[in-house]
Design a protein around this ligand. Sequence first.
Ligand SMILES: CC(C)(COP(=O)(O)OP(=O)(O)OC[C@H]1O[C@@H](n2cnc3c(N)ncnc32)[C@H](O)[C@@H]1OP(=O)(O)O)[C@@H](O)C(=O)NCCC(=O)NCCS
Length: 161
Amino acid sequence: MSEVAAATFPLACPPGSTPADIAAFIAEWLSPERFEEYLADPDRIVLKAVSDDRIVGYSLLHTAEPANPDVAAVITLRPVTELSKMYVLPGHHGNGVSGELMTTVLETAKADGSAAVWLGVNQENVRAQRFYRKHGFAIAGTKTFLVGTQSHSDYVMQYAF
Ligand SMILES: CC(C)(COP(=O)(O)OP(=O)(O)OC[C@H]1O[C@@H](n2cnc3c(N)ncnc32)[C@H](O)[C@@H]1OP(=O)(O)O)[C@@H](O)C(=O)NCCC(=O)NCCS
């Protein structure tokens, strides 16, 4: 899963991102050790998309109070789940894998008792925004997101059950 994360994270970064900043983010947040922590954390759920016995995508749900004040100001439904990561390998884009993963994300959050799911998406990542809109998310606000030393502009999107 860490390999899929490292292969797909750069796809979500805007063109101005430097390779060094992307590499620093991957090393800090997407290492095998980090995934062991995510899998062991009772407030996090990791979902995998599998095709021909290989992991081709994953998502990470995090149930917690939004720590970012820009998010807390616009995401007010409780309890709330963050869709912290949603990544599918390029060879499986546009073929329904991501849609199935998103359906499972929403079913899981609902079964967990969440009133809403929120996420951050880079303002230049039009494909992901379109995907999220298609699945019922709407823009609720904006925030920044740090990749290495660079601060990026995100939209905050919400799906309310
Ligand atoms: C985001 C992601 C999971 C969506 O999965 P997907 O299989 O690409 O999604 P879909 O094909 O169902 O939907 C994408 C939509 O964007 C459209 N699209 C594709 N490329 C596009 C582009 N360059 N610009 C604008 N729209 C684009 C597709 O046509 C489709 O819309 P449609 O169904 O109305 O035709 C996947 O693209 C991915 O993993 N991307 C890389 C990582 C990433 O950006 N993750 C999100 C981080 S917030």
